[in-house]
Every structure is written in C-alpha cells, then in structure tokens.
Design a protein around this ligand. Structure first.
Ligand code: NDP
Length: 333
C-alpha cells in the first residue's frame, strides 16, 4: 500500500520535500467482527485546506502520519450495513492506495455514475458544496447584483461564477495568468476577468470593473485583495469568507486596514465552513447534475496521475500551477 506521509509539521511555504512516499503492507481483509470499511482509493482531491492542517499541531494529530484529504473510493469490504462491496463513495479518506476507515467517517454514497467519477472530488464533492452553500446560503444573491470572485478559475471559484450567471448576476473574476483569465471569460461565461498579478493598484482595477460597487464578494484569497474589495463594496453588500489562500503559508497574517467600511456601508462579512452544509448535499446534486448533463455548467479539472505526483500537485495549488480543480488519479476502477 503506497502512502503519502507528512514528514513533520510544516512551517512557511509548503514544499514537495515536506511529504514522502512510503510503501507498506496492508491486509485486504476486514478483521472478524469489524464495523470498519475497506476502501480502494480511485481519485484524490488536492485541497488548500490540507496545508492548514499541516501546521496546526492540535488538528494534525488526528491525521498523522498520512496527509489528510478527501477522495473517491470503491468499497472492497464493509462491516457496516449501510455500505456494501462495490459501492462507490466520496468523503474523507487518506492519501494512500487503500484505506481502512471507521464507519463514523463522513462518506457519501455516489448515486449518479453517468457523470465523471472524478467530479466527486470537485463539482459534486466538497468544493461544489462550498460554492453552492457559500454563494446561495451565505451570499443570498439577487438577480442583477454585482459579484466579484477571487481565485476564480479554481475548484470553487469557477462554480461560483457560473452559479452567479445562472442567477442573473453580473460577475467578474480575478486569477493569476492570462490563460486563466481567458478561461473565465470564454469557458465559464464570466462577464469580465483580470489578472491580479498585472494590476499594481487593485483598488483602481475594481473601480474599473465595478463603477457602482460590489454587492457580493466571494473571498478565496484574503490579504491585499480583501483590503481593496472593502473599499469597493456597496451598502448592504455581503462578503462570503470562504478562504484566504494568500495567508496559509505565512507565519504572520497580513494586516487588513479597511475594515472600517463595514460600518457605514452595513456590510455583512460571514465565514463559511462547508461541513455545516453537508446535510443539504442532496440540494447540490439536484441543482448541478441536470445542468452538467444539459451542458449549462462546465467543470474544468487538472489531472495528475499517480500518488508519486501528489506532493507536486498539492504544492502547485499555492503557486497557481493548477488550472481548474486539481485531481490526483490513483486508479479508474
Ligand atoms: P483552487 O482550485 O482555486 O486552487 C488554489 C488557487 O489559489 C491557485 O490555483 C491560485 O490561482 C490561487 N492562489 C494561490 N496562492 C495565491 C495567492 N498568494 N494570492 C492569490 N491567489 C492565490 O482552490 P479551491 O477552489 O479548492 O479553494 C479556493 C479557496 O476556498 C481556498 O482559499 C480554500 O481554502 C477555500 N475553501 C474553503 C472551504 C470552507 O469550508 N471554508 C472549503 C473549500 C475551499 P491563481 O493562479 O489565480 O493565483
């Protein structure tokens, strides 16, 4: 059983050398009377939150020695009545070929197999639920509102932009390369997009795209972007704080200086933890599956092959190497 192992707690920018590939043996048979589930991992998800768990000693303890993560898997054996051999599931597995997981672990049974299975690491998995809950439940969008999304071409951002268009909003995204900006405008249907790395003055850039201000900001990056957005929010605007990837590798978070705008503009700034919304997962499936089939929503993935390429794929999230949802394929069946 090949596994990706975390060598030690990570400080500073995540490096490939912080992770190691090891091999050991696992019995592909459940012990007598066990209520655990034995999984063969097919697709693993590369997620920014994994970096956070690697530096927080308190949380990490639960996951050592393997890198924590989620993925799509096939049930090889089950000691739990809700799962049977051959079922396809997605949820929190580990970065390894085979996983023995307790039946208390969050595992969703995959009902729709007429869409790519890898989608359950993205649009039909944790990032999809994040985009859906964040945009609709926290953002409370109304037709005609102006929406700004950062890290807009990624696993979550590309969906927020498409949900905004389907709701009748005007949406602009920021991303870190020309290719990503083209993708936002030409593939995902954003009204406009810009490369934040080529904008020395983010406040001026936002004033260009939002002369009347922003109603909803879907926050994925934090830092300087958030500070510039605060200057450009409209009265009664909403900031959905989903993530702050620009801060995850920093020992000291950057200061945000424009929070005073929250007061007179009566802005609601609300954090989001996707785990709160899993009880409404069926709503995501009902909303998204027909739209995938009718091609009203598209989903771009960046596929890496083999566990040995996992560390590089994970590090790539923090320098923008991924174009779309970063998936790691271990096996296709
Ligand atoms: P992505 O697929 O968007 O990958 C990360 C992207 O972030 C990179 O491709 C890069 O794109 C961008 N990025 C990396 N470093 C920086 C930086 N310093 N400044 C600006 N942009 C940067 O990731 P996800 O869609 O999976 O996640 C997006 C955000 O959502 C993250 O912050 C994540 O932590 C958060 N999240 C929160 C959840 C919750 O429950 N609250 C659940 C899931 C995700 P580019 O080339 O454009 O710079």
């Amino acid at each position: 059983n090949k596994q990706v192992v975390l060598k030690d707690y990570v400080t500073g920018f995540l490096k490939e050398s912080d992770l190691d590939l090891v091999e050991n043996t696992i019995t592909l048979k459940l012990p007598e009377g066990s209520n655990e589930i034995l999984l063969k991992n097919l697709y693993l998800s590369c997620d920014p939150f994994m970096r956070n768990l690697m530096s927080d000693i308190g949380i990490l303890e639960k996951f050592l020695p393997y890198a924590p993560g989620s993925g799509v898997a096939k049930v090889l054996e089950s000691g739990h009545p809700d799962y049977k051999k051959g079922d396809l599931v997605w949820g929190f597995t580990k970065w390894e070929e085979y996983s023995l997981v307790p039946s208390s672990r969050i595992l969703f049974k995959i009902e729709h197999t007429d869409v790519p299975l890898s989608y359950y690491t993205g649009i039909l998995g944790m990032p999809g639920m994040t985009a859906y809950a964040g945009f609709f439940e926290v953002g409370l969008p109304k037709k005609g509102e102006k929406v700004f999304v950062s890290a807009a071409s990624g696993a979550v951002g590309q969906l927020v932009g498409q949900f905004a268009k389907l709701t009748g909003c005007y949406v602009v995204g920021s991303a870190g390369s020309k290719d990503k900006v083209d993708l936002l405008k030409n593939k995902f249907g954003f009204d406009d997009a810009f490369n934040y790395k080529e904008e020395p003055d983010l406040d001026a850039a936002l004033k260009r795209y939002f002369p009347e201000g922003i109603d909803i900001y879907f926050e994925n990056v934090g830092g300087k972007t958030l500070d510039a957005v605060l200057l450009n929010m409209r009265v009664h605007g909403r900031i959905v704080v989903c993530g702050m990837i620009s801060q995850y590798n920093r020992a000291q978070p950057e200061g945000v200086t424009n929070l005073g705008n929250l007061i007179m503009k009566r802005i609601r700034m609300q954090g989001l933890a996707v785990t709160d919304y899993y009880p409404m997962y069926h709503k995501l499936v009902e909303y998204v599956v027909p739209k995938i089939k009718e091609e009203k929503i598209v989903y771009v993935e960046d596929i890496a092959e083999g566990l040995e390429n996992g560390p590089a794929a994970l590090v790539g999230l923090f320098n923008g190497r991924n174009v779309g949802k970063q998936v790691l394929v271990l096996a296709r069946e």
